[in-house]
Design a protein around this ligand. Structure first.
Ligand SMILES: [Zn+2]
Ligand SMILES: [Zn+2]
Length: 369
């Protein structure tokens, strides 16, 4: 047992508390990571507001990078001192989804959820209460014990704030565009939502040499910011009808691809209506659990429209990480511009207040070196 400084959410709609927890040593197939950077992502916020069904108490945070501090028995893919991107789906490698090449939606990972793969916990508070780790990670803590398969080794000189973002928003956004099987260079692409994932989807559209990249949001300052990432047009869906506007921009045709990066049933309806004949709508953001979207089936049939879901970049996360790192190293993917603010772990509540208030770009938590 070791002591570790962590941030804990005891129940929804209460502040996160920073405290010392008891942490077990890594077991077989597990590693301990000293955190370097963690991204402030909206998915954690959904847990804070109780919009998603999770067990408490929990250490949140699922977008991170760190350095291997200790390895448990039978760990072969990483060693002490390795810098890593952390995958929020540590694919088991053996289930049906993993064997089909879809490690991003690993069955075993989903079954065990916020517990480690053996179904147990590594964290306890002073009262002996066991603490969940969001996505088996819970990166809002100075050190974390996680499955070896969550680690993707990077070069020692690779920037660790960028690496953290590759762990969630970049892979989800860029991967959701470039890994679509029918994607092609020169497509027209509309991106609904310009948060962390949306901006990365815009970067993905740029990598595909999209001819029109239309950013849709309700916040003018975020729309303005999206031009920095390659948006060619912006639409404020509060003041104008996004479907009408997207048709106007595309000479009446509609777009080849539209993505809902926010997660809203209303956006899904608009997204499908703004597609060209034969176009594909990609649902990336998570709408509130239980809500149903209205889809026009006649439109789907007559205009050959497709609607697909995309989780964590649509393929095995490690595959997308590798491609993104190559894009970054060759200067084709400017992820740095997404990072706007840096916080310490003690400022975690402030970091989420800023996210809720709609500040541009991504915030990251920097841990002491
Ligand atoms: Zn995320
Ligand atoms: Zn699996």
């Amino acid at each position: 047992m070791a002591k570790v400084k962590a941030s804990v959410l005891y129940k929804p709609n209460t502040p996160i508390v920073i405290k010392e927890l008891e942490q077990e040593e890594p077991k077989s197939g597990e590693v301990r990571i000293k955190m370097l950077h963690a991204g402030v992502c909206a998915s954690d916020h959904h847990v804070m507001t109780g919009d998603t069904a999770f067990e408490f108490p929990i250490v949140l945070g699922h977008e991170g990078s760190g350095i291997v501090d200790k390895v448990g028995e039978n760990v072969t893919s990483v060693k002490q001192g390795d810098k890593c991107i952390l995958s929020f789906v540590p694919s088991c490698g053996f289930c049906n989804a993993c064997r089909s090449g879809l490690g991003n939606i690993c069955d075993t990972n989903r079954l065990t959820g916020t517990r480690q793969y053996d179904g147990t916990f590594r964290l306890k508070d002073e009262a002996g209460k066991e603490i969940h780790q969001f996505a088996k990670l819970g990166v809002f803590a100075e050190k974390i014990v996680i499955p070896e398969s969550a680690c993707f080794k990077i070069d020692d000189d690779f920037p660790t704030d960028v690496a953290a973002l590759i762990g969630c928003s970049v892979t989800t956004g860029v991967g959701g565009v470039i890994n679509q099987p029918d994607m092609f260079p020169g497509a027209s692409i509309a991106v609904f939502g310009t948060g962390g994932v949306g901006l990365n989807a815009i970067l993905g559209a740029q990598i595909m040499n999209a001819t029109r990249i239309i950013a849709v949001d309700i916040n003018d300052s975020k729309l303005e910011f999206s031009y920095k990432f390659g948006a060619t047009h912006t639409v404020n869906s509060m003041s104008e009808d996004p479907v009408k506007k997207i048709r106007e921009i595309t000479d009446g045709l509609g777009v080849d691809f539209a993505l809902d990066t926010f997660g809203s049933t209303q956006i899904i309806t608009q997204m499908i209506a703004s597609l060209k004949k034969g176009g594909t709508g990609v649902v990336i953001g998570l709408a509130p659990v239980g809500e149903m979207a209205k889809i026009n089936p006649v439109d789907m049939v007559k205009d050959h429209k497709k609607i697909v879901g995309s989780y964590y970049g649509s393929v095995s996360p490690h595959v997308t990480f590798e491609r993104i790192i190559d894009f970054y190293k060759t200067g084709k993917l400017n992820i740095d511009t997404v990072i706007e603010r840096t916080y310490s772990l003690d400022q975690i509540n402030e970091a989420y207040d800023d996210l809720v208030s709609g500040k541009d770009g991504r915030g990251v938590i920097a841990f002491p070196k």
